[in-house]
Design a binder for this molecule. Structure first.
Ligand code: AHR
Length: 500
């Protein structure tokens, strides 16, 4: 078994939009309350934001964060979350059958995002609300002053507009679980009218039209074709959502699932381009992969909470504890996004804190890093620059649902500013280390800066508040000689090989 690759300065896919390393905070479970915000916690600042969480988010260098949902947004009344705290209503939150206190709203979230150095990607409610509510929210956020909603923001103590650039036109509107779900024509119409009006208010914004909730939807990709025919003129992106699990405990099959991500992306690109051709359009619709992750560990517990014990404030929902193998799949999905850097311009790891998240918090204790924190960190830190077309040959294997699965998946990124190349590689083989060579002759005199890896014998190893069992290690045997890199990729491993 072996893999060999050629990367060349001139084989460019595209400049990576850093927003592919985005994330997501929804008013769900303990993401906001006990996650980013917990007044009274020993690490809380004067605003009630947990400093320990902010430090970890800053370490991840998250460029953009989607907010406030998710399913939550489809019955959200943003006005409940602004103005004096004492006057904010408590609400039954129907998407997750929880109690929403509205202690945190958009102004607090925008402040927190600025503290952690992230942009906000705001979603509007197109489930139970419509065009005028979206316009009011945009006026409140982005208009300078002198109008009803901009002056209301100023009255609420926020003089400068938030200038939020990226807006999602609803969330998963095809899903029957969504409050106010719609047929493709119903959604296409309301999204078109909302987009048109929002761009009149602020022509500089970018809009994301809802794609399918996943490839499992029977209406995929017809949904994209029909809705984009309505929205094409006024939107810039279409959304993709995808979650994977390993309920069958078949790791080889699980690690092959990133091939579905690749196929999903190609299908959506083809559908966007079909609509473009039909419209005799000039612009491309790009892809916003604004929900993706592993999600399955907590499913049963969540059903129990929502059915048997609803209307709690910040219940422990979607608290997946991630294994080492989950980190490998997260790495594989990141490699797939980089390979499609010419069309995937945004992506949000769903989510950021406590809810299917790389960062967890203890209510009375510290914040800590899950296994998936690391591939996300490495890609965000070292995956900025130009995505290079990998000419990759790898030996292959078959799994229960997939054939011709590459033993090694890999991509490289050239950062011109730092004059560094980073090769990301996953060895999917569960038994053997694999010899990997890479021709890097176009990068004259480049040497190995470091080879970081995640490699564990126990695929089900997890981290916790007291133990970082899964953490990066250095691999010290990687060399470059005569422009050829050679190394051994340990069985079941995530690898980040930095050259400069
Ligand atoms: O991220 C969790 C949920 O998954 C989101 O609320 C929803 O959009 C998706 O179904």
């Amino acid at each position: 078994k072996y893999a060999k690759m050629v990367v060349d300065k001139d084989f460019k896919i595209a400049e990576i939009d850093k927003r592919i390393y985005g994330s997501f905070v929804e008013h769900l479970g303990r993401a906001v309350y006990e996650g980013i915000y917990q007044p009274g916690h020993k690490s809380a600042d004067d605003h009630g934001f947990r400093r320990d969480v902010m430090d970890l988010v800053k370490e991840l260098e998250v460029p953009i964060i989607r907010y406030p949902g998710g399913n939550f947004v489809s019955n959200y009344f943003w006005e409940d979350g602004v103005g004096p705290l004492a006057e904010r209503p408590k609400r039954l939150e129907l998407a997750w059958r929880s109690l929403e206190t509205n202690d945190v709203g958009l102004n607090e979230f925008a402040k927190w995002s600025a503290f952690v150095g992230s942009e906000v990607m705001m979603a509007v409610n197109l489930g139970t609300r419509g065009v005028s509510d979206a316009c009011n929210l945009l006026e409140y956020c982005n208009h300078t002053a002198g109008t009803k909603y901009s002056d209301l923001r100023i009255k609420h103590g926020v003089k400068e507009p938030h200038k939020i650039k990226t807006w999602c036109l609803g969330n998963e509107m095809d899903g029957p679980w969504q409050l106010g779900s719609k047929t493709p024509v119903e959604y296409g119409r309301i999204a078109y009218e909302t987009a048109k009006a929002m761009k009149l208010i602020d022509p500089d914004i970018e809009l994301v039209s809802c794609g399918s909730s996943g490839t499992f939807m029977k209406s995929f990709p017809e949904w994209e074709a029909v809705t984009l025919e309505h929205t094409y003129e006024h939107v810039d992106f279409v959304s993709l959502h995808q979650y994977f699990g390993n309920a069958d405990k078949d790791t080889s099959n699980f690690l092959a699932k990133s091939m579905e991500t690749d196929h999903f992306i190609k299908t959506v690109i083809a559908t966007c381009d079909y609509v473009k051709a039909k419209k005799r359009g000039k612009k491309n619709i790009n892809l916003s992969f604004d929900e993706w992750n592993v999600w399955y560990h907590s499913n049963q517990a969540d059903q129990d909470i929502m059915k048997k014990n609803p209307w709690q404030k910040a219940p422990g929902l979607l608290e997946d504890i991630y294994t080492f193998e989950d980190a490998l799949l997260v790495g594989l999905m990141l490699i797939t996004f980089i390979k499609h850097a010419d069309r995937v311009k945004m992506a949000c790891l769903a989510q950021l804190v406590n809810v299917i998240a790389p960062i967890m918090t203890e209510a009375d204790g510290p914040a800590w890093k899950q296994t998936i924190f690391y591939p996300y960190l490495h890609a965000s830190k070292f995956g900025r620059g130009i995505a290079l077309q990998p000419v990759l040959y790898s030996t292959k294997h078959d799994t229960k649902d997939y054939t011709d699965v590459n033993d090694v998946e890999s991509v490289a990124v050239y950062n011109e500013e730092r004059d560094e190349v980073t090769i990301f590689a996953v060895n999917r083989d569960l038994q053997d280390a694999i010899d990997f060579s890479c021709d890097v002759r176009s990068f004259e005199n480049f040497e190995v800066i470091e080879h970081i890896m995640l490699a564990e014998d126990d695929l089900l190893l997890v981290n916790s508040a007291v133990k970082q069992a899964v953490a990066p290690k250095q691999q010290n045997t990687t060399t470059v000689e005569g422009g050829i890199l050679t190394t051994s990729l340990m069985k079941a491993s995530w690898n980040v090989i930095r050259l400069g």
